[in-house]
Design a protein around this ligand. Structure first.
Ligand SMILES: Nc1ncnc2c1ncn2[C@@H]1O[C@H](COP(=O)(O)OP(=O)(O)O)[C@@H](O)[C@H]1O
Ligand SMILES: [Mg+2]
Length: 289
């Protein structure tokens, strides 16, 4: 599909391979030319947030923002309160429609900004909200199982069998997020940090390509923060992870790749943590807080 899309002439009509969903309007495609431009600069580019602007009643929350994520990277996004970090995640997940710009996977070139939140989630962008949203009356294990079933679709979850492969998947996920020993506990009785990890596990059960995590360490103990840092690092390179975080020490502890700094809805600085931290514009913004 990649080659097909990239080599097709720009004027070619939409492919007829979506015949099964012909009741829906065919999704808009992003230009091949733009995709090639990005690939020239970033060979491993996976997802592009391209020239996005968002305004709320005339207030510009994001302005002409472009962000390119590489496959398997751990991207940290920092910036003072109100910089537009959460709005960026809202755009990427379809919660907020941008005034202009597009979000697309380099392999697909489908403009995701026209899709519903549910459709975008199904395309492989998973999001962890700040507040954990687990099912408190179910065990940790059941929570992961429910997430796995949701991923398989309603019909499969109603009539499908719970296979040995599913069981193994659930076990692996519990292990991955460090909750193997807590698997029979009701989620409602878990500590705050454990609930956060459980929710990350629920996202993992849905096998997203891209995982968005908004301020994961808010309210965590020091020890929980350390374990969260380890967990997020472990998720890459199998997944591409975007972490929004206000806490600079935490970012320093996980930022092995590129750090993006937003300020007043615009890209202020981008690069390795050391470079970004030494950037006078970044220092000024953080001192001025
Ligand atoms: N739904 C909304 N309606 C109006 N203003 C909003 C809305 N969402 C965000 N904003 C404003 O946009 C700016 C950016 O917000 P946000 O993306 O939440 O920043 P951050 O997450 O970086 O703290 C803020 O000034 C905020 O008040
Ligand atoms: Mg925010």
């Amino acid at each position: 599909m990649v080659t097909e899309t990239l080599t097709a002439p720009p004027s070619s009509p939409p492919a007829a391979r979506r015949e099964k969903s012909s009741d829906r309007p065919s999704p808009r495609k992003v230009s091949d030319e733009r995709a090639q431009q990005i690939r020239e600069k970033r060979k491993k580019a996976l997802l592009c947030v391209d020239d996005i602007s968002v305004s709320f009643d005339g207030f510009k929350a994001l302005t002409d923002l472009t962000l390119i994520l590489d496959k398997g990277e751990l991207r940290c996004i920092i910036g003072p309160n109100g910089a537009g970090k959460t709005t960026l995640m809202d755009v990427m997940t379809g919660k907020t429609k941008p005034d202009k710009g597009s979000v697309f996977f380099l392999d697909e070139l489908e403009n995701l900004t026209g899709l519903s939140e549910h459709e975008i989630a199904r395309r492989g962008i998973g999001r962890k909200f700040q507040r954990p949203t687990v099912f408190p009356q179910h065990t940790a294990r059941e929570n992961i199982e429910l997430a796995l079933k949701t991923n398989k679709g309603v019909l499969a979850s109603l009539f499908g069998r719970y296979t040995a492969a599913d069981k193994e998947r659930v076990d692996q996920t519990l292990e991955e997020v460090g909750l193997k020993d807590e698997r029979t506990r009701l989620a409602g009785t878990l500590a705050h940090g454990q609930k956060q990890w459980l929710e990350i596990g629920m996202l993992l059960a849905q096998d997203p390509q891209v995982l968005l995590v908004d301020e994961p360490i808010a309210g965590m103990t020091h020890q929980e923060v350390e374990r969260t840092a380890e967990l997020l690092r472990r998720l890459t390179p199998a997944h591409t992870v975007v972490v929004i975080e206000h806490d600079m020490d935490f970012v320093r502890s996980i930022a092995t790749d590129v750090v993006t700094v937003l300020h007043e809805g615009k890209l202020l600085s981008e690069g390795p943590m050391d470079t970004v931290q030494a950037d006078p514009r970044v220092i000024e913004v953080y001192l001025g807080e």
